[in-house]
Design a protein around this ligand. Sequence first.
Ligand SMILES: [Zn+2]
Length: 290
Amino acid sequence: MPELPEVEMVRRVLDPQLVGKSIRAVRLITPGVIAHPGAEEFVAGVVGRRVAGMERRGKFLQILLYDGGRIVVHFRMTGCLLLVDTDCPPEKHTHVVFSLDDGRELRYSDQRRFGRLWFVPAMANVSGEDRVRPADEGATGLSITGMDKLGLEPFDKRVTWKYLQEKLGNRRISIKEGLLDQGVVAGIGNIYSDEILFASRIYPGQEARTLTVAQWKRLAVQIPLTMEYYIETNEISFEDYVKGRGKDYRNTPYLKVYGQKGEPCPKCGTPLESARIGGRSSVYCVKCQK
Ligand SMILES: [Zn+2]
């Protein structure tokens, strides 16, 4: 499942390609992938609009439109955006096709079909009056996507050890589950929670309320460092992205523990173990993460 570094990679690859392009037409093959509004309103909302740029928030990708509206995408398990020439054979499981004015198509495919797209109009006239309300997250409709509930970005300076302790320090959940809570720090999933905890030398199953100040401090340092490191190692050219059909990026390189069960720990050589913690599999080193 794409997490923050993978979504950020897609943004960096597609943003320069999409800026300034207009959406000529939309073909909605599977209307069910549109979470909001209805299929017809989605198409009517985006056709004729020009792309101003792309942003990422947590694991959400946003295509910003010049009129202030936006298309929001969440890939969930297997969602994928590919920008290709019209004559390029379509991926299996293609659900939405945006035709652009440069002759190319932006195609959304998703094998498992858990991913969703939203259209958020420029400014919802929530009061029903003609006067437009100021653009806070509620008024711009971000509540419909759930983005308004996201916690801080990992790189936000407010992600201090005190913030983490305040948000998670009283909870009877494992620290692994705490890191997965999108309402605390947004964008961390199963892969990077394992990597962050390995880098912080903390056992994933340790109860959040038992963490020491030294452990909170290590976490606060390792959260942005780890995410930044994997954004860099995930970097890929647009050509390679297209060649890999937008999917190769999932084979994130340089992972130290995730998916490495049984392999020697990169720090001490002890074979890495895996356990089910909070319903998710977790890989860790018994020696380094006590
Ligand atoms: Zn080790």
